[in-house]
Design a binder for this molecule. Sequence first.
Ligand code: GLN
Length: 477
Amino acid sequence: MSLHTLTVCQLRDKIRTGEVSSREATQSLLNRIASVDGKVKAYNWLNADNALAQADAAKKGGVLAGVPVAIKDVINVDGQPCTCASKILQGYVAPYDATVIRKLREAGAILVGRTNMDEFAMGSSTENSSWGTTCNPWDLTRIPGGSSGGSAAAVAADEAFAALGSDTGGSIRQPAALCGCVGLKPTYGRVSRYGLVAFASSLDQIGSFTKDVRDAALLLSVISGHDPMDSTSVPRPVPDYVAALERGVKGLRIGLPKEYFIPGMDREVEAAVRAAIAKLVSLGAEVVEISLPHTDYAVAVYYLIATAEASANLARFDGVRYGARVKGEDVIDTYGKTRGSGFGPEVKRRIILGTYALSAGYYDAYYLRAQKVRTLIRQDFEKAFAKCDVIVTPTTPEVAFKAGEKSGDPLKMYLSDIFTISVNLAGNCGVSIPCGFAHKLPIGLQIIGKAFDEETVLRTAYAYEQATAWHKERPVL
Ligand code: GLN
């Protein structure tokens, strides 16, 4: 049997019993990458020799002992490049580990390589990468989603047992849906972002891509928890997420927001999601109709707040402190030349938009208003969760689109996240799990939970997964 097809839990158990070694598993994964990544292009950088050395040294006993994990190229790993898929960070080598990386190492994980993404996590297709586009393993002419497209494609193509990503407006759930894997965005504050290159600090959250829900629960148990290095991380105990899986969905109230079943969405996607809801009902859940009335404003609010925060966060890339420098006549000229040639067009568009929204004459009209509507969106969720335990929706209105189909039209691209963005604005948690196929491409089911209620989200996802086999389907490469 090919080891690279195993889940994290399966591999971990085989390593524990001594049936396989971490070196064998890592080698099998590297072979798989060598044979398919020329087509998929999920990785920006591989740690081949060092990964085998890490495998040999992997300490016994940790919950991930000897298991290789891939990391989105936006999270710092000591001694490895961290480019955020931007030319401006070419040559930058991280001098420290992000907190999630430290936790992975403590659990015994092997850091095998860095996955492709949209530049600075801005995008929904992984086309905005200075490394080139990643392909969807189910159809190489299509995009894998974004911005964590490399992580999603790697897991879907069995080029990674699991991967970390970041989700600011949907960047874990949307690519997980389009590639047919499990993508979990934890609650804002659940996982430390120390060492994650910031895009929009009030929205960013680190999470996982896995082949099944059990692995998602396991990884969350490893990476969660309070961290004094991230003042937004919350000092709450970390539950045993794996143990929570088995509780089932009997009596669970599932909220269906009427605003998420919209005309214009792919009929086959809608049919698959409705069938998934019926499956949950057959397992004992109850359906309640709910309303999230401010949903229509979410994309606009997001593109004001996220760009405003990005314009401030990206000011640090000035050619002095990090990465590439294009020398000008004086310091101002150097800033301009470095940023002018280092950032790609989408990043520039966002910096300009964000600077505009924050500028003196427009602050009240745009930024301040967006913050007020954000509060209304958060209240929508609070009210809805008085009536239900989880909210179930499609993750995306359609399946993976063709490369190039939306890259010329930013507004069309922005609408890819219409069902995921509100969750970041409200700060809740959400997961996308496979729930079928349309036009031979994977469909994602989104399960949204209350803040810090990942347990209920994961057990709902697990109950569905146990009763279906979608997660076992694999693309032929
Ligand atoms: N696609 C959204 C954007 O372009 C979300 C990105 C993300 O979650 N990082 O901003």
